[in-house]
Design a protein around this ligand. Structure first.
Ligand code: NAP
Length: 293
């Protein structure tokens, strides 16, 4: 029997593990893929208080090592289900805990257009910092109007020949500073009030169609249109909102006793590193306090 099982080894889950580990609790962190979550794709993190600048992967690795140094057990297994009485079933085993912290985060939203799925890794990418180097000297497009799309466009503009930044409205959602940096870049062309409606190519991306009429030749399409929660497996046990985010109190309780939620997986105003680690620390502290009472 574990004291706490934490599902997800992103910043929220690892911070919960850090706090619970320092309280000498018996913890298991379960992660389906690799540690770090979405932050590992961030080229540079420069809005985390107290750290002027760090790459996403370095940040995640530091946090992971901090947790491992405490002796916390981490297993790379996929959680298939949880129950009200806190039994967790993975693709390999069943585990029981006094408390569960769900920190499954979110994943990249898809455009759901023709050829998107077929051409992933063949010109379609959801991670500019991972794949940008493959497009040195080439033309690419970025879709989206949030911070991710703006940062991706800026990052790519230093590598590729030209970036088309395509956004469905005429106003960006992202920060003013990023927008002004974008406007200074001569090799970024804004295509506003526009949607990518088709990706063309058989073995690799050759061009994209915009608004069902205009074809633009590009070698790569970087899609940065936000995230969707990864809570589908919990939705029969845990209450979620209409977008699939777990409904939580300020003290990160879900609707089930002994099951808490931290990070991007829950409904919240702001999904950032700062709020993810805040949730993780609260989840561990509240779980321990309630377990001991
Ligand atoms: P986001 O802020 O949700 O922006 C998503 C963008 O994609 C929006 O501009 C949206 O358009 C557009 N979009 C959504 N669905 C679309 C569709 N089907 N077709 C075309 N466009 C679509 O997502 P994000 O940029 O990934 O950022 C997520 C969170 O992380 C935000 O809170 C953001 O501030 C934060 N973040 C912070 C940093 C940083 O601080 N350095 C970096 C990256 C991300 P509309 O605007 O028209 O809705």
């Amino acid at each position: 029997m574990y004291d706490i099982i934490i599902v997800g080894a992103g910043p929220a889950g690892l911070t919960a593990a850090l706090y619970a580990g320092r309280a000498n609790k018996k913890i298991l962190v379960l992660e389906a893929k690799a540690y770090g979550g979405q932050i590992v794709s961030a080229h540079e993190v420069s809005n985390y208080p107290g750290i002027q600048s760090i790459s996403g992967i370095d940040y995640a690795t530091n946090l992971y090592n901090q947790v491992i140094d405490l002796g916390v057990e981490v297993k790379f297994e996929t959680v298939l289900s949880i129950t009200d009485d806190r039994e967790v079933t993975t693709n390999k085993e069943k585990y029981q805990a006094k408390a569960i912290i769900l920190a499954t985060g979110a994943e990249n939203r898809k455009l759901r257009i023709e050829n998107e799925e077929e051409l992933v890794g063949k010109g379609v990418s959801y991670c500019a910092t991972c794949d940008g180097n493959f497009y040195k000297g080439k033309d690419v497009a970025v879709v989206g109007g949030g911070n991710s799309a703006l940062e991706d466009a800026l990052y790519l503009s230093d590598i590729v020949s030209k970036v088309y930044l395509i956004h469905r409205r005429d106003e960006f959602r992202g920060e003013a500073k990023l927008i002004s940096d974008i406007k200074k870049k001569e090799n970024i062309e804004l295509i506003l009030n526009s949607n990518v409606t088709k990706i063309n190519g058989t073995d690799k991306v050759e061009s994209i169609t915009v608004n069902n009429e205009k074809e633009i030749k590009v070698d790569g399409l970087f899609i940065a249109v936000g995230q969707e929660p990864k809570n589908i497996i919990f939705k029969d046990v845990i209450d979620v909102d209409d977008k699939g985010y777990i409904i939580a109190t300020d003290e990160v309780h879900t609707n089930k006793k002994g099951i808490y939620v931290a990070g991007d997986a829950r409904e919240k105003l702001l999904r950032q590193l700062t709020t993810a680690v805040s949730d993780g620390s609260i989840a561990a502290t509240v779980a321990i306090k309630e377990m001991e009472n």
